[in-house]
Design a binder for this molecule. Structure first.
Ligand SMILES: *Cc1c(COP(=O)(O)O)cnc(C)c1O
Length: 220
């Protein structure tokens, strides 16, 4: 139950200037989060709405909370006032609800679109084909959200060639939409890479990695 400080520093060194580290703190205690906070970490990722809500009330307000799990539309309202980035938007309905709740809170909420790149059927996300129509026709109506990039999860596998191929697909897609985002004054985010595959993800152009177990130890 202790933070791997050495690993934390190692990862920071590896990504220096190239990527943002999101420390995935799901299931971890407020104290554990504070340990990393005191080392300077500000970006934290959570998967569960209740848990995130509970933690943000008890932790410093300059933490940037990333919601990285599958978000149900009826729960958006609980995090809309403070969430920094909703990373795993996987439906247009969800976006509409985020937009509505953002408006209620008089703010704009940044979102990443989750893209389905893994071979596994279980993972959520848009397909590449859905994106084009989406960017051109659906998005402009939603004034209180900002799509700042893409997020994806590779297949859970030891086969790094497979993982790499999937990351490449996401990177290619990302590059296609980069001009659109930069023209809108956005620094485009490509969120890919977790404890087991972040080095591969960085090689493939990730600029945001989401690391849990390497920092906090294995989850049960
Ligand atoms: C849990 C989780 C992570 C972190 O996983 P680790 O393997 O512990 O690094 C990253 N991204 C998402 C979407 C997660 O749910």
């Amino acid at each position: 139950m202790s933070i791997n400080t050495e690993k934390y520093k190692q990862i920071l060194q590896k990504i220096q200037g190239k990527a943002t580290l999101v420390a995935v703190s799901k299931i971890r205690s407020v104290d554990e989060i504070m340990t990393l906070y005191k080392l300077g970490q500000r970006d934290f990722g959570e998967n569960y709405v209740q848990e995130l809500f509970h933690k943000q009330e008890r932790l410093p307000t300059d933490i940037r909370w990333h919601f990285i799990g599958h978000l149900q539309t009826n729960k958006v309202k609980y995090i809309a006032s403070f969430v920094h980035l909703i990373q795993a938007v996987d439906s247009f309905n969800l976006l509409k609800e985020i937009n509505k709740q953002a408006l209620k809170n008089n703010r704009t909420i940044d979102c990443l679109l989750q893209i389905h790149i893994a071979a596994e059927q279980t993972k959520f996300g848009f397909s590449a084909n859905e994106l084009d129509a989406f960017f051109t026709s659906d998005l402009p109506a939603l004034k209180n959200i900002r799509i700042t990039g893409l997020m994806g999860m590779a297949t859970f596998s030891d086969d790094m060639n497979l993982v790499r191929t999937e990351f490449k697909i996401l990177k290619t897609l990302f590059e296609k939409y980069t001009p659109l985002l930069t023209n809108a004054g956005i620094s485009p985010i490509l969120s890919m890479g977790m404890s087991d595959d972040y080095e591969t993800a960085l090689l493939e152009g990730s600029n945001m990695i989401r690391i849990g177990s390497l920092l906090f130890g294995q989850r049960n």
